[in-house]
Structure formats: C-alpha cells, structure tokens
Design a protein around this ligand. Structure first.
Ligand code: KIV
Length: 298
C-alpha cells in the first residue's frame, strides 16, 4: 500500500494554495523565528484532509479526538493504533502540502520506550505521517528522545492531556495554580531538551501559555490557551459544528454542519416520500427499440 503523497493532476481540485511548498518541521521553526503564526487543524478522512490542505493550513493533526468526534467513544482512551493508522492513511492521500502529524493513541507509547519507537515508526511507514504527537511532560522525556533519535519528529502535548482524563478528574483546565504553572513550564523545557520540534498547550491560562511560548525556542501551538502562542489548533468537527455532543468553551464555531446535515437528510426523506426524487434528470434511460425488444423476449 502506498503512503507516498501523490501530486494531484486534477486541475479542478487546485486552488491558489495547491502548488505551495510542502510544510516541514523546519517551516515550523522558521515561522516561529519570523514571528509568523502557525495554523493547524485536525482531519480524519480524505475529503476533509483535502479541503483543509487546499485552504492553506500549515499542519494537519490526525488526532485521537477521532475516537470522540468520529467513532463515538466516550473519550480518547479506546482508540487503537489500527484505527489511527486507518484514518492517517486516508488523510495522507488527501493532503499534499500540510505537515501531517499522527497522534499516538493511549497505550501505544506508555508501556516501554521500545514500543513507543515501534509505534511511532508505524505512523510514518504505514500511516503516511511526517511526525507524531504524544501526551505528557517529564515522564515521556525518554520516549521522546528515543523516537527523535530514530529520525522521527515528535510534537509534545501539555496541559489538558485527554488520555489522562481520569487522573485529571475530567476535561479541566490545567496550570491554574503557581505550582502547576511552574511544573508546566518545566515540562515544556524538558520536552524541548528531549528534542521535540513543537508542542501543544491545551486548556491552560493564556498568560502562562504566552510565557511558555516565549521561554522555549520550539513553537507552542495553543488550543484553549489564548492568543499568545506561536500557533493555534482546533478540532475540525468542533469548528464546523459537526460534533453535537458538547463544544468546549474555547472553540469558535465557523459553521453548523450538524444542523445543515439534519436539514439535508430531512429534505431527502421528504423528497422520496413525496415522489420528488428521483426525478427524470436523476434517471437512466434506454432506447424504445431496446426496450421493445426486451419486452418481446421477456
Ligand atoms: O486529538 C486531538 O485532536 C488533539 C488536539 C485537541 C490537539 O490532541
């Protein structure tokens, strides 16, 4: 199975962004150095990856949020490596330019450094990703160092780390006390020292996220972490209003696709029931001669 991202030959798919250069971890570093903001969104399938990529996004995260917003699990803990790789491959087929990051699912990197390296490698070899992301700070430093040591770029993830939802006592903001803030800053520096090329800061106070972004030389990508980060990421299904179960406070909704979908499905059912669909233009015909011959032979 090919995980190489092909160059599109379909001109109808091409936009102003379609011919832009491939974004790399080097681009991330250069953008931070130049004070340019980094944009990132999640995607889990081919058409969304294509649309996000063509819009000109810097990076696509195949997040383990897949479990909640696509697969309908209660949280991200049930997501498996096989599920992540399946969706990573679809995204890799759709995206041409964005830096693709595969989110390492729960228990794919915590048991041992060896397993972490092996599973990180699968994201590149079998998932078509360019880099991996994993959650945690100092307790993951050895795994980060080892994965980076094999040549695989690693993005860290600090603050609200959903795979620790039970330990955190729910999906709650982090780093709100002086001691927690100090620990977060230290963890960010430890991840940088371990070789991470970037990190996500989720649901932490804006002034803490801004300070961390300034203190580390790698880009910090915020989600619910204010405007002072080096970049921003959102879960695409939240941004599109596709995921109806709940919307975190930090999300800005740019559409209400769940309602749009319900409306479209309702109209479809209505059209069928009232015989408006399928109409002549949706119907295949055959010549009268063929039809008559068929009737004679039937
Ligand atoms: O899984 C995910 O989508 C994430 C983002 C929220 C950063 O980790």
């Amino acid at each position: 199975m090919s995980t190489v991202r092909p160059v599109s030959s379909n001109t109808s798919q091409q936009t102003a962004h379609a011919s832009r250069n491939r974004v790399t971890t080097l681009t991330f570093r250069q953008k931070k150095e130049r004070g340019e903001v980094i944009t990132m969104l999640t995607a889990y399938d081919y058409p969304t990856a294509m649309a996000v990529d063509q819009a000109g996004i810097d990076s696509i995260l195949v997040g383990d949020s897949l479990g909640m917003v696509v697969l309908g699990y209660e949280n991200t803990l049930s997501v498996s490596m096989e599920e992540m790789l399946h969706h990573a491959r679809a995204v890799a087929r759709g995206a041409k330019s964005a830096l693709l990051i595969g989110d390492m699912p729960f228990m794919s990197y915590q048991v041992s450094v060896e397993e972490a390296v092996r599973n990180a490698g699968r994201f590149l070899q079998q998932g078509g990703m360019d880099a991996v992301k994993l959650e945690g700070g100092r307790e993951r430093a050895d795994a980060v160092r080892a994965i980076v040591g094999t040549g695989i770029p690693v993005m860290g993830h600090l603050g609200l780390t959903p795979q620790s939802v039970h330990q955190l006592g729910g999906f709650r903001a982090q780093g709100k006390t002086a001691s927690a803030a100090k620990r977060l800053l230290e963890d960010a520096q430890i991840l940088e020292d371990a070789g991470a090329f970037s990190l996500v800061l989720e649901s932490v106070p804006a002034r803490l996220a801004e300070l961390i972004s300034k203190k580390i030389s790698i880009p910090a990508i915020g989600i619910g972490a204010g405007a002072g980060c080096d970049g921003q990421v959102l879960v695409t299904h939240d941004l599109l209003g596709l995921f109806d179960r709940f919307t975190p406070r930090f999300v800005k909704k740019y559409a209400n696709f769940h309602a749009e979908m319900s409306k479209a499905f309702g109209e479809y059912i209505d059209d069928i029931e009232s015989k408006r669909f399928p109409a002549v233009e949706h119907t295949v015909e055959m010549t009268d001669e063929e039809w008559d011959e068929f009737l004679r032979s039937a």
